[in-house]
Design a protein around this ligand. Sequence first.
Ligand code: GDP
Ligand code: MG
Length: 367
Amino acid sequence: PQGSTVAELADLLGVPANDIIKRLFLLGTPLTVTESMSDDLIELVADDLGREIKIMTKEEENSFSFYDDPKDLKPRPPVVTVMGHVDHGKTSLLDAIRHTGVAAGEAGGITQAIGASQVQINGRTITFIDTPGHETFTAMRARGAKVTDIVILIVAADDGVMPQTIESINHAKAAEVPIIVAVNKIDKPGADPTRVRQELTEYGIIPEEWGGQNMFVDISAKKKLGIDDLLEAVLLEADVLELKANPDTFASGNVLEAKLDRGRGSVATLLVNRGTLRVGDAIVAGMSYGKIRAMIDSRGNNVKEAAPSTPVEVLGLQSVPMAGDEFRVFQDEREARSLADERALKARIEEQNKVKHVTLENLFDTM
Ligand code: GDP
Ligand code: MG
């Protein structure tokens, strides 16, 4: 750290302050414990003690801060998660959306390359997270990750509110994410969209047309009805949220999913929240670190950079991070590695402590 005192440096290096004072004296720079040292002097003394210290530049220090000057903030696409009860049509809706937002010539040729996708509508982009089911959403929240700006709650009009509908509402509310309701399967004979609206009022989800806060859009994912209206509702909600991020800084964000691939090694899908991620960047993701070797966008294309709200699959991490882990770009790979190692060590210690605390009384709770 810049301008550390003798005492702080002693603390950092884990040596008696007197040792440092002695060295300083021999170097012809007598200082007392509370006096601060110049950067050069810190490096010199550390070197003298057989230790290496790297003083961070202002730019490097900034890479650790998440503060952005308001004038550096630029609009970014909304990040949307579709949630709802099983079989109410999440997968069908995402399929329908993927075919809506692309040029006619491309339709049908779209393969889902990674666990997230981006669609263009009215010249604007929307990012959809495809994978997070309830479990992933919970895992992300447990790690303090906020990856979604808007939740689309899908409810089948022939089935109504079901247990996982309620779970989804609870997740979205806990995360303080606005909910847009997609009332699906309106093409079905038994469909009753009004009943869905009525049932949801019990959970505080009240349609705007009834004086509430939530937009409702009737759709058929199967027949591709109402999809454009739904996407327009998402853009309206995004306008209200005024989503912005600074693209001109070190990238950070979250891991959406990660796995070990036989041929390619550790493969992680990352969602950039802030900054621009580039091939060649040194990153830490949870307890994993590495240098980005390649990036693949949601269409399966190789890309060199990824701006805020962009999902990309990255190659180059040395191990497999966990869904929900935060990632961050560092100035150099060594720095990234030492932070990752430090975290791994801490996790091991915590794990050991957990084991130690098992007593006869709590043994059965942990089983
Ligand atoms: P998920 O479990 O929420 O992902 O639901 P799926 O998308 O897999 O859909 C479950 C079933 O409902 C499938 O057989 C779909 O074909 C069907 N389905 C989905 N959307 C619609 C719709 O709008 N109308 C009708 N009739 N069937 C639908
Ligand atoms: Mg599904």
